[in-house]
Design a binder for this molecule. Sequence first.
Ligand SMILES: Nc1ncnc2c1ncn2[C@@H]1O[C@H](COP(=O)(O)OP(=O)(O)O)[C@@H](O)[C@H]1O
Ligand SMILES: [Mg+2]
Length: 226
Amino acid sequence: MMRSQRRPPIPARDCRPRDLLLTMPLAPDVHAPMTDLLNLTDVGKVFTLPSGDPLEVLRNLSLSVTPGAVVAIVGRSGSGKSTLLNILGLLEKPTSGTFLCNGVDVSELSDAELAHLRGSFLGFIFQQFHLMDRRTAVENVAEPLLYGSPKELSGRHQRAVSLLDQVGLAERASSMPHLLSGGEQQRVAIARAMVRRPRVILADEPTGALDPTTGEMVLDMLLNLV
Ligand SMILES: Nc1ncnc2c1ncn2[C@@H]1O[C@H](COP(=O)(O)OP(=O)(O)O)[C@@H](O)[C@H]1O
Ligand SMILES: [Mg+2]
């Protein structure tokens, strides 16, 4: 169970990559007021098991993520890391407490507003890449732009190619995901997560499906890009 985080945070580079869940706010916006990107106060999460019994996964969790911060969430399997990431990713609602996303209390948002915030403010990276297997690498990277503003739509392909270039895969733009190695697929997924210029990247064990050396390389690339 996760409790409020009173211990100093563990620097991301001192954690074993397989344990990592990262929230990676992108470069601070100097013109924006100093609002936490993510702010949890006394958040709790209780699931109801099929038996009807409650399962308390998070209790009194408070967390503040400011622009430029890299946060690693570490804990044993089943301790609630993915649950926390799902709350931060607007995929689950807390049972108690307050979550301010970019200063907005998410409990007051409609489903459409949540979907908009999710698409424009957050980028997601998962352990299992989650690429579309019938689409090329560049189509996978460009896909989130379909839901973006018309301005984003005009430069879709170019933007996707430029992101692939940043992860060292410009030459593989036309490759189907299954022809790419695990590390390459995760680099495509990183490019896709960044294509709409999110303020926060949420990564749930982003190196968990990779061998240690590849995992470290992918993690370094991710940390260098933000
Ligand atoms: N939708 C759900 N319904 C019931 N229990 C759940 C649900 N999601 C997760 N859990 C349980 O919550 C606990 C924490 O899970 P999770 O957040 O996935 O942990 P971690 O990512 O740290 O391994 C686990 O015991 C898991 O079985
Ligand atoms: Mg998990």
